[in-house]
Design a protein around this ligand. Structure first.
Ligand code: CAA
Length: 295
């Protein structure tokens, strides 16, 4: 696999493009909006600058990485020569199914179609294509250039050879692949989201406040971020969507999303991306300030 197409220039898509390009792969980065692509390239450039400043890569390696990335607003031109497509579009079933129907028609027959979905069924995505054996989950973690894990999700019809190829490719990216089967939330979110949900339920019940909950989990369990800060970082809408997938798919009350989480998402408090979640990000510094509703 040499030619990679990454669909979606958002946080995950630009991180995935960065990692492939830095490891010598030719990357076509595709988004319907040119401004998203411009922002993606600026973000990749900024993250590479940070690595140059820390002497993790040279200035030449930065230039080579950027030269490996080409941007496209047209799906056809961006995927026609792809050996692998990694889809990192919006986490919406209909959008993903529609994309995979198109990718099945537009990519070469041997091209592997991977999704970076955090919880949508790979088997369902594969079922709308004529190549479910070549459809697989390649779930990167945010921030992609930093996090070592790639959760590789084998759909019900995924060919074992394709799984092996993606496992080997993940290693070539300097990542550590871990294989899971295609059941709701896979492993990462099946375990992470109930923890985040329980933190929100505890906050709602008044067991402890925002700072205490995060401090207990950060210092007590050596987590880099507490669960409420992490929920803000992931996006509260994304957390809610994943919990609903777990609740619907596994049919167990223990996955029911906290009513507080539902209210926050409904009112537009989505975490870092909206400027407010459990913490307030409107002050523009790195300092963690608890949001006014939780003071
Ligand atoms: N891109 C590239 N590099 C970045 C970065 C980014 N967006 N953000 C931080 N970094 C780098 C920094 O340059 C720094 O590098 P060095 O170690 O070489 O100095 C390193 O990461 C640490 O960064 P900081 O010192 O600025 O900040 P920090 O120590 O607080 O770490 C963090 C930031 C890496 C995000 C850390 O807080 C962390 O690991 N948080 C938890 C992240 C996590 O759990 N991610 C998974 C979320 S779940 C998911 O993604 C999947 C899903 O389906 C929901």
């Amino acid at each position: 696999m040499e030619q990679i197409s990454v669909i979606g220039g958002g946080t995950m898509g630009n991180g995935i493009a960065h990692v492939f390009a830095q490891n010598g792969y030719k990357v076509n980065l595709i988004d319907i909006k040119q401004e998203v692509l411009d922002k993606a390239l600026a973000t990749i450039s900024k993250n590479l600058d940070r690595m140059v400043a820390k002497e993790k890569i040279t200035a030449d390696q930065k230039d080579q990485t950027l030269a490996n990335i080409h941007t496209h607003t047209s799906l056809i031109s961006g995927v026609s020569n792809a050996d692998l497509v990694v889809e990192a579009a919006t986490e919406n079933v209909e959008i993903k199914l529609d994309l995979f129907r198109q990718l099945d028609k537009l990519t070469p027959a041997g091209c592997v179609l991977a999704s970076n979905t955090s919880s949508i069924s790979i088997t369902k995505i594969g079922s709308v294509t004529d190549r479910p054996d070549k459809v697989i989950g390649m779930h990167f973690m945010n921030p992609v250039p930093v996090m070592k894990l790639v959760e590789v999700i084998e759909g019900f019809k995924t060919d074992k050879k394709v799984t092996e190829e993606i496992v080997e490719l993940s290693k070539k990216l300097g990542k550590v692949p871990a294989l899971t089967q295609d059941y709701p939330g896979f492993i990462a979110n099946r375990i992470l989201m109930p923890m985040i949900n329980e933190a929100i339920i505890s906050l709602h019940e008044g067991v402890a406040d925002v700072t205490e909950i995060d401090t207990i989990m950060k210092l007590g369990m050596a987590h880099p971020m507490g669960p409420l800060q992490l929920a803000d970082f992931i996006g509260l809408d994304v957390c809610l969507a994943i919990l609903n997938v777990l609740y619907d798919g596994l049919g167990n009350q223990k996955y029911a999303p906290s009513p507080l989480l539902i209210n926050m998402v409904t009112s537009g408090d989505l975490g870092v991306k909206s400027g407010r979640g459990f913490y307030d990000y409107s002050h523009g510094t790195k300092e963690l300030v608890v949001a006014p509703n939780f003071k």
